[in-house]
Design a protein around this ligand. Sequence first.
Ligand SMILES: [Mg+2]
Length: 215
Amino acid sequence: MQFVPMLLPSLIQALANAIETDADEVTALDQAIGDGDHVINLQRGIKALMAQRDELAELDWVLAWQKIGMILMTEVGGASGSLYGTLFVAMSKAAREQPLNVQTFADIFSIGVDAVKQRGKADAGEKTMLDVLIPVAANMRLDVSDGLALIEVLENVARTAIAGMESTRDMLATKGRASFLEERSRGHIDAGAKTSQLMICALVEVLTKQLTAPA
Ligand SMILES: [Mg+2]
């Protein structure tokens, strides 16, 4: 598989499709315990990425992630924009300091997730996107260091993302608007965790197809 930004247009398209497909379901989740604007904010960011996808594909990953981070910060806005922006900007910084390959990607992604934790002053178990991102990063590092084949790493990433998203259902929200609901926040999946899972699974699907495509 070519691990180059040439794939970026199809990855961005996959994000757009994934969010579009489940937009109503996620908005219903967000209306239950948030203010219902999460999908619209995210779609504004993805639309901006779509508009720049050809330019992004010409960059190397360090520059592409930097630019994606800045676009998401500006266009998504709010907490999600700042957190996703931080993820990509931190990954860009980390990728500047080491060669990028499948092995180092797991470390680079983990550094990005740590930056999101710091920016959001949040950790696992608080009913946020981090309940997807943290276990995905941790399992990916383990799988890569265990020498699993890339296709298996990807399968586990998708499975871990889904489990992480599901885990937010019974959590008590302590961050964001949902925290005002206290006990009433239980019983609803977090919208941010849901969109993180949807996007991760969409990326995995594109990469898996690429990996299994006949040469
Ligand atoms: Mg909101």
